[in-house]
Ligand binder design. Structure first.
Ligand code: ADP
Length: 195
């Protein structure tokens, strides 16, 4: 199974990505986590990533692809993946599509988790108290939601037009969201139902 998770901040793509990767027995690749990991190095690329993540801006496409592409291609060859947080703009989607075609990799579905803005803000503020992520301040949260609207939301129609979008209501308890996604995937690809 090869899935992309498309979702605004706070919709639960990290949680769903983790659970689904276990249920479907495939690798979970979170672009945010992989970039945070890369940002720990002591070079200029790491510095650039830190600056963009701190502000809630998208990290430059070339850098994102450099970090992510080898891992996704490796996971594709090893049995499948759930990529959460990538692509995040149409440009990334187009480059990824070219790269995937070159390597004969296809995607089974793009799961779009949606919830109202107030729900997202509340969840992110609650997470800020629990985890203290540096980009979970009220101001940066607002900016990340704006960036999603402006840069990432055009991907909803981009993937809908390509017939691979599964839109899922994320304003429900996480187990219900997971069950819904698994049901919808099973309808899409009989035989892939999780044990
Ligand atoms: P959230 O969706 O809650 O913002 P993520 O961990 O997915 O959390 O992303 C955190 C930050 O990492 C983003 O604000 C952005 O700076 C960077 N990032 C993650 N994925 C991408 C991507 N595909 N392209 C550019 N920047 C990204």
């Amino acid at each position: 199974m090869r899935l992309l998770l498309l979702a605004p901040p706070g919709a639960g793509k990290g949680t769903q990505g983790w659970v689904l990767s276990h249920r479907l027995d495939v690798a979970h690749l979170s672009s945010g986590d992989l970039l945070r990991e890369r940002a720990e190095a002591r070079d200029s690329c790491a510095q650039l990533i830190r600056e963009h993540q701190m502000q809630g801006d998208l990290v430059p496409d070339a850098l994102v692809l450099e970090v992510l592409a080898p891992k996704v291609l490796h996971a594709a060859a090893a049995g499948g993946f759930i990529v959460d947080g990538f692509p995040r703009n149409v440009q990334q989607a187009e480059v990824a599509a070219d790269l995937a075609a070159k390597h004969g990799v296809t995607v089974d579905a793009v799961v779009y988790l949606h919830a109202a803005a107030e729900v997202l803000v509340q969840r992110l503020l609650a997470r800020a108290e629990r985890e203290g992520r540096s980009d979970d301040t009220p101001q940066v949260i607002r900016h990340r939601l704006d960036v999603f609207e402006r840069e990432t939301s055009p991907l909803v129609s981009y993937y809908r037009k390509r017939g691979v979008l599964l839109a899922v209501d994320a304003d429900r308890p996480p187990e219900q969201v997971t069950a819904d996604i698994l049901d919808r995937l099973a309808e899409l690809t009989p035989g892939h139902r999780a044990p």
